[in-house]
Design a protein around this ligand. Structure first.
Ligand code: MEV
Length: 310
């Protein structure tokens, strides 16, 4: 029997822009996915998905999940013609858009197979296997989600051609955040594809927005490292505006972002793919975190209370 885990993540700055080589900042969060690999007689892989979910998520992602698993098995050279395995996914990370659910599951599965088969994969190889799995969900993933899911912590991430640069960032101490769930399932492939199309048809507009996103993330990094949270919050607000301009937000995300800001969050933005999924609010201190989370719950949405920079 092999066991593995993958961290959920929150993108604090520059989702989507990261697909085109701009830097982005992400952090692992306190929730994770676990995978258990067990041998059984026969051949093939049976997947049992026991993760908690946003309604409809698992059904919607079933075909992509299968493609993802096939890609990973191939990458890891696992002969499923002569061996049979049951893979069980569980853990406290909700299977939903925006929290890195697919990446966390890929990392957990790679780790579990590595343990069961004595492959002794390093974190770097686990990350590569998870990246291969992410292609089943994303098509052209930047790699930020699987990197956060594998290595954890707070990271500065940039894709340079085929290679990926990750730098660990340090926060003076962990900071409370709230993640609000719209309850809507998003298709990353479709949303990323939409950005690509609009970027090609509206080059001037997109060049201006991309330049602003590049400047913003550099400044945000400095303020995060200086632990100037008020400023970090302002940059999150500005990042949300840029994401609205590339048309990846939606009414529900904007509503939750406004709600968080009106209840004292230092900043708030959508996170991850957008067009549904989660938003994130910067809410240092348990009291502020609770106030923002309650405001979101009072409107009938789920709120996840967690931290960044652990
Ligand atoms: C999805 O969590 C993040 C995106 O930037 C896609 C990617 O980076 O692969 C939208």
């Amino acid at each position: 029997m092999g066991m593995g885990i993958g961290f959920g993540k929150v993108i604090l700055f520059n989702e989507h822009f990261v697909v085109y080589g701009l830097p982005a900042i992400a952090s692992a969060i306190g929730a994770k996915t676990t995978a258990l690999v067990e041998r059984r007689p026969g051949s093939g892989v049976e997947l049992k998905d026991e993760r908690p979910q946003t309604e409809g998520y698992k059904v919607e992602k079933l075909a992509q999940q299968k493609e993802s698993l096939d890609r990973m098995l191939k990458f890891m050279n696992i002969d499923t013609g002569n061996n049979a395995f049951t893979v069980t996914l569980a853990g406290d990370l909700i299977a939903a858009s925006g929290v890195g659910a697919s990446a966390a599951s890929c990392t957990a599965i790679a780790r579990a197979f590595s343990q069961e088969l004595g492959l002794n994969y390093s974190d770097e190889i686990i990350n590569e296997a998870a990246y291969e799995g992410e292609k089943g969900y994303h098509g052209t993933p930047s790699g930020i989600d699987n990197t956060a899911a594998t290595f954890g912590g707070l990271i500065w991430y940039k894709r340079e051609g085929a290679s990926q640069v990750m730098e660990r960032m340090k926060l003076k101490k962990p900071v409370e955040i709230v993640m609000g769930n719209t309850g809507l399932v998003a298709d990353t492939k479709v949303v990323v594809g939409g950005v690509r199309e609009r970027k090609e048809t509206q080059p001037e507009k997109y060049t201006r927005i991309f330049r602003a996103a590049e400047r913003l993330v550099q400044d945000a990094r400095k303020q995060l490292e200086a632990f100037n949270l008020e400023k970090v919050g302002d940059y999150m607000d500005e990042n949300h505006t840029l994401l609205q301009e590339i048309e990846v937000s939606c009414t529900e995300l904007d509503l939750l972002v406004d709600l968080a800001r009106n209840n004292g969050a230092l900043g708030a933005k959508m996170t991850g793919t957008g067009r549904g999924g989660y938003m994130v609010a910067l809410t240092p201190g348990k009291d502020l975190q609770e106030r923002v989370a309650r405001a979101i719950e009072n409107k009938g949405f789920q709120a996840l209370r967690t931290t960044i920079g652990v």
